[in-house]
Design a protein around this ligand. Sequence first.
Ligand code: 5AD
Ligand code: SF4
Length: 449
Amino acid sequence: MKFHITTFGCQMNVHDSQWLASALESRGWRQTGEDEALVYILNTCSVRDKPEQKVYSELGRIAGHLRRDPGVFAAVGGCVAQQIGRGFFERFPFVRLVFGSDGIAGAPNALERIAAGMEERLALLDFMPTYDERESVPAQSVQFARQAFVTIMQGCDNFCAYCIVPYTRGRQKSRHPDAVVAECQALVDAGVREITLLGQNVNSFGMDKGGVGTTFAQLLRRVAAIKGLDRLRFTTSHPKDIAPEVIAAFGEYETLCPSLHLPLQSGSDAVLAAMRRRYTLDRYMGVVEALKRTRPEMALTTDFIVGFPGETERDFQATLDVMAAVGFESSFSFKYSDRPGVAAVNMEPKVAPEVAADRLMRLQTLQNSITRKCLKMLEGMETDVFIEGLSRMQGGEVPSWKGRDPAGRIVNVHMKKGHADDLVGMLVPVRIIEAKKHSLMGEGTGIPW
Ligand code: 5AD
Ligand code: SF4
């Protein structure tokens, strides 16, 4: 059976889609281009903007393929599926499966049954009380054979006032730490060199019904100690939950990459309180200082929301100030958007769209100049780049490659003559020669390993 997956949203969704594709391939299905597929899978996100509209317009396009083959059908998964549920069946009769984030473990079998004509329609929308372990699947490509995501938990209990995630992904459910460590060990045994631990709020790992007394700091140490693992990352961290033991681990394990995504959202204590983030700017700055003290080369990235209800120009100025004070390497910033059912919907006064747009532009302008400075400082430095694929910039006698340095920055690497081997999945010693707007250029200086 030929299938095609389109993914929106976060790394959790990207990883879910990779897993689903591998699980289908291990059943003999084949991933194809958009014009050839018979089964279309949309993995959706509802965190911002107009996600439903995006999904409806994708489904409209897929409907066009029914003319080519009336057997074409679609499956909708992820956060929008959880929200709209069976509503998709009425609006789009060719949608025959909807599944939420807890339903994904059952999606491959469900798709198989539908494709075999055993079921007309299926909905996997129930929230599970504990984490549903998924079947293990082989990696799909060399890159994924070397770099892997490992989900450690599902859902979120924080109910930040703007956020739909606790509603679409349900309560927090941690995996058993032994299952996580066993999966990481098996990946490393199979050749994986870089692992990213994933969860909506990894720092509260274990603090739910699925917990067995192992904290995130303890889990992190167990994974970091796996022999043969070269790089370890984790995301996403909540500033209120990150423990001193986690910060200390950055000083103990070379494999723990010196970067952290630590969403701040706003620099104003009044706005943070209204957002129900449960930390102050002081607490955040304390974490930043401790991180930099522990690992001076630490690269910090963050998320901001501008135009949250009640945000004043002064509040926004505080956000600009902290952006400059921390010197974030990069950030994602968004205009606040009302999500159905979240607490902030009823908060007043709303910020006028043109005011929010103006703040967003000012924030992003400042970020661009900070990013440029951070990257410029790396010129001349020696580092290791983990090669993920060919660079878009070719033209030399041997291929050029694209990869990431330990902090996760994108580096385009030119190799010296004679280095024509395929380097995907290799670590290459590199000297940074030039900082571009959002990436770095480097030259290979040693032998890939
Ligand atoms: N409006 C704007 N941005 C949002 N985010 C989450 N919910 C909203 C919303 N309602 C942003 C936050 C979060 C990131 C993943 O998306 O900054 O950290
Ligand atoms: Fe949403 Fe807050 Fe949970 Fe992050 S921590 S997923 S922003 S509710």
